[in-house]
Write a protein that binds this ligand. Structure first.
Ligand SMILES: [Zn+2]
Ligand SMILES: [Zn+2]
Length: 343
C-alpha cells in the first residue's frame, strides 16, 4: 500500500510499504480522509519528540472497513467508520472509571515516542482495534468525520466546565480547537460569548460560528469589553486555548469572582500563575486533555448541523501532496486551518 512516512524530521516520503497485519480483535480500515493535526506538525519538525522517525503519522481519520479479524463482533466489511485517536486498554484503574483519556497504557495512533511506536492513518490502510471504532451517520462525509477528534477535544473541555444556561464565556485563542469550543458552548446553552485572538480572520470566523464579539488584545481593551458586557462582574467561565503566560493571565482576569477556567492549551511546559488572584476570588480551574467518550455525541452534532466543521476545512488534498501541506502548515500560512489528506 502507499503511505506517507516520516523518514527523518521534516522529511516525508509517499511510498510503498507492507499492509498492516490485522490481529484477531482488529479491523482493517481503508482510509478515505485523514486530517493533519497541529501535533503532527510539531512532531514532524522534531520539536515535541513524539514522532520519532520512521513513523506513519495521522490520528484524525475516517474510512471503510476492508477486513475484520476473527474475534471481531458487530463490524463488517463495507461499514463506514471513524475511530478514537487513542487506543486505551480498557482494564486499568482509569479505564475502569471511564477516564479512558488517562489510561495507564494509552497509545496514540500515528505517534512514536520512547515508550511505543503506533503507525497511523496517513496510508491507504490502517489496523484498528474494534473497541475504538464508531459508526458514521449516513449523511456525514469522510472529511467531516475526520474532524471528530478535534471536536471531541472541545466537547470534553466544555463537558468538564460547570455551565449554567445563559452563562457568559470568554474563549482565549480562536484556532481550530477554540473555534470548536465556541460552537460547543453555543450548543451547551451559553449566552454571550467573547472570542479573543490576534488574527482578525479568525475572529471574523469565530463570530460567524457563534461568538458575539471578537476581541484582539493588540487593539481592543479585552478586559474592559468583557466587564462592559457583564455589568462589571466578569465572565462566568473562560477557556484558555493557547497555553502561554499572557493568555493564561488574561483568561483569569476576565472571570468574575467564583468563575471557572478550563485549560486546554499547553504550548509552554510552564507558565507564571497569578496565585493570589485565583485564590482570593475563589476561581475553579479545570484541566482538559483529549476526550473520553464524546465521539458519538460529536458525530451526531455534526450530522445534525448543530456544529459546523465545513468552514474549518481549508483544503482537501491527495496524500501524495502531504509533504507540501506539512510545510505550508509549519510556515503558518494565514487562513490555513484544517488540511485533510485523501489516500
Ligand atoms: Zn489531533
Ligand atoms: Zn487503561
Amino acid at each position: 500500500m502507499k503511505a506517507l512516512i516520516l523518514e527523518d524530521y521534516t522529511h516525508l516520503v509517499h511510498k510503498d510499504v507492507p499492509e498492516p497485519i490485522v490481529k484477531a480483535e482488529e479491523v482493517l480500515v481503508e482510509v478515505r480522509a485523514c486530517g493533519i493535526c497541529g501535533s503532527d506538525v510539531h512532531g514532524w519538525d522534531g520539536s515535541t519528540g513524539r514522532r520519532i522517525p520512521p513513523i506513519i503519522m495521522g490520528h484524525e481519520a475516517a474510512g471503510i472497513i476492508a477486513g475484520v479479524g476473527n474475534q471481531v463482533k458487530g463490524w463488517h466489511t463495507g461499514d463506514r467508520v471513524t475511530f478514537d485517536s487513542t487506543i486505551y486498554c480498557g482494564k486499568c484503574h482509569y479505564c475502569r472509571r471511564g477516564q479512558i483519556n488517562l489510561c495507564d497504557h494509552r497509545r496514540v495512533l500515528g505517534v512514536s515516542c520512547d515508550e511505543y511506536r503506533q503507525h497511523g492513518a496517513f496510508a491507504e490502510y490502517v489496523a484498528i482495534p474494534q473497541h475504538i471504532l464508531y459508526r458514521l451517520p449516513d449523511d456525514l462525509s469522510f472529511e467531516q468525520a475526520a474532524m471528530v477528534e478535534a471536536l471531541s477535544i472541545a466537547c470534553h473541555a466544555v463537558g468538564r466546565t460547570p455551565i449554567a444556561l445563559n452563562d457568559t464565556a470568554v474563549v482565549v485563542g480562536a484556532g481550530m480547537i477554540g473555534l470548536l469550543v465556541i460552537q460547543s458552548l453555543r450548543a451547551a446553552g451559553c449566552g454571550r460569548i467573547f472570542a479573543v485572538d490576534r488574527a482578525t480572520d479568525r475572529l471574523e470566523l469565530a463570530c460567524r460560528l457563534g461568538a458575539d464579539e471578537g476581541l484582539n488584545p493588540d487593539s481592543d481593551q479585552v478586559l474592559a469589553r468583557v466587564l462592559e458586557g457583564t455589568e462589571n462582574q466578569g465572565a462566568d467561565i473562560a477557556f484558555e486555548v493557547v497555553g502561554i503566560t499572557p493568555t493564561l493571565k488574561l483568561a483569569i482576569e476576565c472571570l468574575r469572582k467564583g468563575g471557572s477556567l478550563t485549560l486546554i492549551g499547553n504550548l509552554s511546559p510552564e507558565t507564571e500563575f497569578p496565585l493570589q488572584r485565583v485564590v482570593t476570588r475563589e476561581l475553579s480551574l479545570y484541566a482538559s486533555c483529549a476526550s473520553s467518550g464524546e465521539y458519538p455525541a460529536c458525530l451526531d452534532l455534526m450530522a445534525r448541523g448543530a456544529i459546523n466543521v465545513d468552514s474549518l476545512i481549508s483544503a482537501v488534498a491527495p496524500l501524495s501532496e502531504g509533504a507540501l501541506w506539512f510545510q505550508r502548515l509549519c510556515d503558518g500560512e494565514p487562513g490555513l486551518l484544517k488540511v485533510i489528506l485523501n489516500p
